[in-house]
Design a protein around this ligand. Structure first.
Ligand SMILES: [Zn+2]
Length: 297
C-alpha cells in the first residue's frame, strides 16, 4: 500500500488518517535509526503530515520537539502537498523496553514542543507548549487544545521489526468543529477507543479509509480526496553552494587548505562533496559577493 492520507467528515467533525510506513522506513534507513528513534521520528513526521492536512496546498508545518532526553531534538517539515522530511539528533539511542513498548517518552524527555506554520503570505507563526509525556501524540493533542483551541484527538504509531525495519506506521487525527453536538463527539470517541492501535491496524493491511469508517461507525460519512505521502527533501547542490558562499572567504580558504569538503544535509542525510577546484570557484563567487556588498555600502 502506497503511503497516503485520507480525510472524512460527518456533520460537526472531521478526521484524517495517514499510512506512513514507507516514508518512516525511508527516514530510518537514511538516518540509520535504532527503534526508539525510528518510532519518535516516524510519529513526529506523521503528526506533522496530519497537521499540514488542514493547510492550503503550498503551506507547510515545522515541528520541533526539544526534549532533554538522550534523543536530543527532533525536527520535521511537512507540506499540505504530502511531502515530509525530518531528523532526530541522536538516532542511535537505545533504552530498555517499558511495559513491552519502546520508551519514546523517556528518550524524548521533558521540554518544549514548537509548531511553526508557513503560509507563504504572512510571517511564519510559531506556537509552543510544554511536552506532556514526550510520546508525541499526547504532546500534539495538548498543543492543538492549547494553541489552536481545536478539540482534537491524535493517535500515532510505529511498529518496528526485530531486523529494525518498519512493519507499519501511521496516524489518526480527529477534530470537533464549532457547533459539534456533544453526543456525536462522545459516540465517535467511543468508536475510537474500541479500535486496535493505529500501527496494528495498518500492519493488518487496513487502509486509512477503513480506519475512518471505523471511527465514524454509525454515522453517514463523506470521504474526501486522498493525498499521496512521501519522504522528500528540498536540498540541492545549488542550495549547499549558496550556504558555502554565505560562510565567507576566510572559512572557504580554510576548506581549500584541507583540500576538499563534504557537507551532509541534516534532514535527509544526503552528502555533497566539493573538490579543491570547486571550492576555489565558490570562494571566487564569495569574493564577488563581498565586493558587491562593499560597493553597495
Ligand atoms: Zn536534504
Amino acid at each position: 500500500m502506497q503511503d497516503h492520507l485520507t480525510k472524512a467528515t460527518i456533520p460537526g467533525m472531521r478526521a484524517f488518517a495517514a499510512v506512513t510506513t514507507h516514508l518512516t522506513e525511508m527516514a530510518r534507513k537514511r538516518h540509520n535509526c535504532l527503534p526508539i528513534a525510528t518510532a519518535a521520528l516516524g510519529r513526529t513526521m506523521t503528526g506533522s503530515l496530519l497537521l499540514a492536512a488542514n493547510l492550503k496546498n503550498d503551506e507547510g508545518i515545522t515541528i520541533r520537539v526539544q526534549g532533554n532526553g538522550p534523543l536530543g531534538k527532533i525536527v520535521t517539515d511537512a507540506g499540505a502537498n504530502g511531502s515530509v522530511r525530518g531528523y532526530v539528533e541522536n538516532p542511535r539511542v537505545d533504552l530498555p523496553l517499558k511495559n513491552n513498548k519502546l520508551n519514546v517518552g523517556e528518550a524524548v524527555g521533558q521540554g518544549t514542543l514548537y509548531v511553526t506554520r508557513f503560509t507563504g503570505l504572512k510571517d511564519p507563526f510559531t506556537g509552543s507548549v510544554e511536552l506532556v509525556s514526550g510520546e508525541i501524540a499526547e504532546d500534539l493533542t495538548h498543543y492543538l487544545a492549547a494553541s489552536e483551541q481545536t478539540p482534537s484527538l491524535l493517535a500515532l504509531g510505529v511498529l518496528v521489526n526485530t531486523d529494525l525495519s518498519v512493519i507499519a506506521a501511521g496516524g489518526l487525527m480527529l477534530q470537533a468543529l464549532p457547533g459539534a453536538q456533544e453526543e456525536v463527539i462522545t459516540a465517535v470517541e467511543e468508536n475510537v477507543y474500541r479500535l486496535p492501535s493505529i500501527s496494528q491496524m495498518f500492519a493488518e493491511g487496513k487502509t486509512p479509509a477503513d480506519i475512518l469508517a471505523g471511527v465514524f461507525e454509525g454515522f453517514p460519512l463523506s470521504l474526501h480526496e486522498q493525498t499521496e505521502l512521501s519522504f522528500r527533501c528540498q536540498c540541492s547542490r545549488q542550495k549547499v553552494e549558496r550556504v558555502l558562499i554565505s560562510l565567507g572567504r576566510d572559512e572557504l580558504n580554510d576548506m581549500i587548505k584541507e583540500g576538499q569538503a563534504e557537507l551532509t544535509c541534516h534532514f535527509c542525510a544526503d552528502t555533497y562533496n566539493f573538490t579543491r577546484e570547486e571550492l576555489q570557484e565558490i570562494r571566487d563567487k564569495a569574493l564577488d559577493a563581498d565586493e558587491t556588498e562593499r560597493n553597495e555600502k
